[in-house]
Design a protein. Sequence first.
Length: 337
Amino acid sequence: MRAYRFDALNSLDDLALHDEAMPQPQRGEVLVKIEAVSLNYRDLAVVLGKYVGPADAGLIPCSDAAGVVAAVGEGVRAFKVGDRVISAFHPRWFGGRIPLTAAQDAYGSGADGWLAECKVVSQEAVVRLPDSLSFEEGSTLPCAAVTAWTALSGAAPIRAGNTVLTLGTGGVSIFAVQLAKALGATVIATTSGPAKAERLVALGADHVVNYNEVTEWGHHVRRQVTGGVGVDCVVEVGGPATVNQSITAVRAGGEVVLIGFLSEENPGIDYFHLKNSRAVVRSIGVGDRPALEDLVRAVTRAGIRPVIDQVFAFDDARAAFERLKSAAHVGKIVIKV
Ligand SMILES: NC(=O)c1ccc[n+]([C@@H]2O[C@H](COP(=O)([O-])OP(=O)(O)OC[C@H]3O[C@@H](n4cnc5c(N)ncnc54)[C@H](OP(=O)(O)O)[C@@H]3O)[C@@H](O)[C@H]2O)c1
């Protein structure tokens, strides 16, 4: 079977296709014939040296995949040959606190990921893909969609009448827009230009702010859009360069959910600004297996269609990474295996 690996972690030139032995499922494991893989920013961050955690060279990249169970090992009860499945981002997080092994288990940075024709994993590391979703759609759910779901499901979960602020039009943010609308919230979304703004409006965003025109978008959201109140939740994917404006935009008692690290600049956080905001700051790491199961159910019941920017052929995997790097995409980039 064929598998991509980042032979080194310097540039996208290090992405190489290898012919490898077909893995065989052992007791409790399933062999998945992979049909589609979706990309997340971290898959790019790892190879560009921008990832915030440890990362090893030589691994198969990508955490998110959909496929068909092609064989099962002894004692597998959860799945049978022919079942459609998607990967769980954290293969060994089943609830409670995130396991201490999360970094070493992380696909593409600590362990082999899914950008291959086949993969063997524990039966606990995949969940069923409903028939209503295609493999391409299913492959978008494990990281970005679960992250958006976890962001909106804090101690005070988002519900009808709440206000959610999303940043940009990447994978996590677009799912956050869709899920927040499905929950009945008002969505305020920032973006870089008019074409992406139109896409956000079409997806149901109630207010769109172009951050290239409104550079003080945190104040704008608080004063103009929410009448001085602030938002209930910020889905903070930007990182160091956006977090101060997110703190400005959030209401007292609201949540800034720390997710991403897209921005290069790191001006630091003003302690008194944070303290006086009376905001709750929560840092998340995607979500556990029950969160994935809940998310799949929510997407299916709410009729949410994942927004797929472009589908690339397996042989064109590098072009898919280039598209992600360009940041011209809206939603998810998928590789058809
Ligand atoms: N902690 C977690 O659990 C978790 C889980 C998933 C992702 N993440 C992180 O969350 C962030 C978003 O992930 P993603 O996969 O949704 O990313 P993505 O699809 O690559 O999103 C990129 C989009 O973000 C916007 N953006 C704003 N500022 C940017 C900048 N300085 N550089 C590049 N893009 C910028 C752009 O949209 P506009 O042009 O519309 O502004 C861009 O298209 C990443 O840092 C990722 O690693 C964390």
